[in-house]
Design a protein around this ligand. Sequence first.
Ligand code: HEM
Length: 166
Amino acid sequence: MSKSTSDPSPVIQKVAEKDISSAVAIAGHPIHAMAVHFPIALAIATLGADVFYWWSADPFWLRAGLWSAGFAFAFGVAAGLVGTAELLIVEGIRSRAASWTHAIAAMMFLSIIGLNWGVRLADPEAVLPLGLALSVLGAVFTGLAGWHGGKLILHHGVGIMVSDDQ
Ligand code: HEM
């Protein structure tokens, strides 16, 4: 599927003509869009665990934060690999600057949550204040990368495949 545009620029018109259908999908549903909910939810859960630890000093929240940070990173890397495949395979996706902006925001997010997990693995007590600060930063970058990913789909129409039934 390509997108029509009323933009007078021939460059924009050429970009709009390129295919933007998802290449990594199950029955027309892009896998990346299905996978990103996990790292987003787990990054926010890590922040929640850190706030509860700060508030209660209950070591249960140290363990909860360690596991949620680890799985946020693992699921984030998996989702990022699928997103990278879309970016590199689909011509209309890789020729849009917005796709690369999203990829950069997402890589920043992955670096922050990876560091957040590593810091806890090395020293569980490092949650206050370093882990908590990284969790706040991770939540901010989850928001930035997630909002921008939504913009790719809802604004640019990337990955959308309208079925022939419509
Ligand atoms: C690291 C490399 C990444 C690349 C190259 C990438 C690329 C893309 C692309 C091409 C789309 C459009 C949909 C599709 O074609 O599947 C998209 C959507 C999206 N991405 Fe990423 N992505 C990456 C990582 C991430 C990560 C780690 C997150 C988590 C915060 C994320 C969050 C989203 C969201 C929320 C959407 C919109 C999904 C929807 O509205 O259903 N992306 N991404």
